[in-house]
Design a protein. Structure first.
Lengths: 267, 313
């Protein structure tokens, strides 16, 4: 392990832990309005300064991390739970089922990701839960494609034939025999998808279509902070920094996971 | 070759069809009767009923879809609920602004990625490679919306070099128009630039290790001749493809970028129509953008098979 990966993992853990234990770390309540303390620059009492209501930006950033990270993880789990079985079924049965599922996935992929998420939120209405649902729908096709490709290479192998010959049901063959052998690529996709999900949720919130005030996610803080760039640069700076660090570390880690699991790349 | 072309074109038709079904049903899933929204809060029940049958909302949903899609294919996207303006015309006007931004973003991403990608592959372990590695990692991690905010903070608010937002026609005042487009184009172009740089670097490295480059060197060609005539020329084909594939990132990114810089394009039109619940405009904009995206991808695919003699179908 080189220094870059070590640093990434430490940073990632720091961000996640600080979000989880936000109530223990933060000096102020994220919604605490302090009169006469609007737009204070970063200082020792307010590490990241204060916002337009005199709320502590440091506390809000850590609390926002809880929503952003939760949105990212839940969206990815949801899309994996739907996308993987669809891909497995598609690849296993082939023919019409395959065509139906994969054409639908193709047309979902035909939408630029953010546009599809936007359209879904437009239908469901802006909220953090709906943004999460939108992000998970957008992520489904990639999971289906990857698990379909994986099952296609596994399907012809001897152990599958053995399962068939002892009379195992299709369900058992797909989920007990084949799925464990497809975990590698799915795992890589999960690490990529988490970064993507956090980014899309942030983009939706930034456009005012995700998490709604006074609740804060990183994107939602940027949404309100961009209105006060002239008075308070720190307001939009720190939440954005957290998103960037999160994506950066996840990208680096997912690359390592991919190299580790892919026997064709040699370090 | 022709057979492959036709096959690819036919493959796109079901995708376009499914996309249109998705877009149509998405909008119809919105709770509430569209006639009710159109007629306004003070409408009488008879007026709403009349409007419902006028819009064909009392017909079966499949018929409604076919009425809608045949209108769309003839260029009739309906009109805006807010101001009654024909959606087709509205999209036409905004499209030019988005295209202008997308092309500028494309130019910026080429200007950055081309030298960085090639130089970092040729001069390995040097200063340029270090810069390139950092740029690639950061460019893929910085969200468009934060980059835009940072650029405004530095170049508009602190340094006061460039205006923070807006757009004017190049024909009106080229200098101001150029200053106005610089920040949004850069914001839009950085992500694509980092993807392209990374890609170009890998393909140049691969080509440098290939047999024909060894042959060219063995012939006694100067290093620069080898690089320009053999390496760059061969790296260009995949470069163009990836560039085309990034078009989707541009379309998604333009919603965010246009919102930061008040750029009056399709992205902002879409966002406005979501906020004002102007569904005909929303539906039309999504349809145009998605169809455009699918068709560009198809063209790139065809162009690729045409350009690269190694691919024969």
């Amino acid at each position: 392990m080189n220094i870059k990966i070590k640093l990434s993992i430490i940073l990632l853990i720091l961000i996640v832990v600080s979000a989880i234990f936000a109530p223990l770390i933060t000096p102020y309540h994220p919604l605490e309005i302090q009169k006469g303390k609007q737009f204070l620059p970063p200082s020792l009492t307010h590490y990241f300064g204060t916002d337009e209501f005199g709320r502590d930006v440091f506390s809000r950033t850590l609390y926002a991390g809880r929503i952003s990270l939760l949105a990212g993880f839940v969206a990815v789990i949801l899309s994996a739970v739907i996308g993987v079985p669809l891909g497995l079924i598609s690849g296993y049965y082939g023919k019409i089922i395959d065509t139906l599922i994969m054409r639908t996935m193709d047309s979902l992929l035909a939408f630029p990701a953010l546009l599809l998420a936007l359209s879904i939120v437009a239908v469901l209405g802006p909220s953090s839960v709906n943004a999460m649902i939108a992000v998970s729908i957008v992520s489904i096709p990639n999971f289906s494609r990857i698990s379909r490709a994986a099952i296609l290479t596994e399907k012809g192998k001897d152990y599958v034939e053995a399962s068939v010959s002892i009379g195992a049901s299709h369900k058992r063959i797909i989920f007990y025999s084949i799925l464990p052998n497809c975990v590698g690529p799915i795992l890589v996709q999960i690490t990529i998808a988490v970064a993507f999900a956090i980014l899309v949720e942030a983009a939706l919130s930034f456009l005012g279509l995700g998490t709604q005030p006074p609740e804060a996610s990183w994107g939602a803080m940027l949404f309100s902070g961009r209105g006060y760039l002239r008075q308070a640069w720190w307001y939009a700076f720190f939440p954005g920094l957290f998103i960037t660090l999160m994506i950066l570390t996840l990208n680096i880690i997912s690359e390592v996971v991919r190299d580790k699991l892919d026997p064709t790349t040699i370090n | 070759m022709l057979k492959y072309f036709l096959k690819r074109i036919f493959q796109v038709i079901p995708v376009l069809f499914l996309c249109s079904v998705i877009i149509f049903s998405l909008i119809r899933l919105i709770p509430g009767n569209p006639a009710l929204i159109l007629a306004g809060p003070d409408a009488l029940p008879e007026q709403i009923e009349a409007l419902t049958s006028e819009l064909g909302l009392d017909k079966p949903i499949i018929i409604q879809y076919f009425i809608w899609i045949s209108n769309v294919l003839m260029g009739d996207f309906g009109s805006s609920i807010i101001n009654g303006y024909p959606v087709f015309k509205l999209i036409g006007i905004k499209f030019i602004a988005t295209l202008e931004l997308a092309i500028s973003g494309l130019i910026i991403s080429i200007l950055i990625s081309f030298p960085l990608g090639i130089l970092s592959a040729i001069k390995r372990n040097g200063f340029i490679e270090k810069i390139t590695t950092i740029f690639v990692a950061l460019g893929q991690a910085i969200p468009t919306f934060w980059l835009g905010i940072l650029l405004v903070l530095v170049f508009s608010i602190k340094l006061r070099w460039l205006p923070p937002s807006g757009r004017i026609e190049f024909s009106q005042n080229p200098e101001i128009a150029f200053k106005l487009i610089l920040l949004p184009a850069f914001t839009l172009g950085v992500y694509t630039a980092s993807v392209l740089t990374r890609f170009l670097k890998t393909s140049v490295l691969e080509i440098l290790n290939s047999d024909y480059v060894m042959t060219a060197r063995a012939k006694g060609l100067s290093e620069w001749t080898v690089i320009i005539r053999h390496v760059i020329k061969n790296a260009l084909i995949p470069f163009v493809t990836v560039l085309g594939l990034q078009f989707g990132a541009f379309l998604g990114g333009s919603v965010v970028t246009e919102s930061i810089f008040d750029w009056p394009g399709l992205g902002r039109l879409m966002l406005q129509s979501i906020h004002t619940r102007d569904y005909p405009v929303l539906q039309g904009t999504i349809l145009v953008v998605v169809f455009g995206f699918v068709i560009v991808n198809l063209l790139i695919d065809l162009l690729y098979s045409f350009l690269d003699p190694k691919i024969r179908y």
